[in-house]
Design a protein around this ligand. Structure first.
Ligand SMILES: [Zn+2]
Length: 53
């Protein structure tokens, strides 16, 4: 099952994810620990960017 990293926009399979985080009842997957850390520092920034259009 493919998923998209909300931080860098990369698509990959969930089983390849380096980390995951839950935010507002949804689970997000990340390609690296670095992306995960960025998301946890400011999740709104990455989620707003996605829904701005
Ligand atoms: Zn990433």
């Amino acid at each position: 099952m493919p998923t998209t990293d909300p931080v860098c926009g990369m698509q990959f399979r969930i089983e390849k994810a380096a980390g995951k985080a839950e935010y507002q009842g949804k689970t997000y997957y990340f390609c690296t620990e670095v992306c995960k850390r960025h998301f946890e520092e400011d999740p709104e920034r990455y989620l707003k960017a996605k829904t701005a259009r």
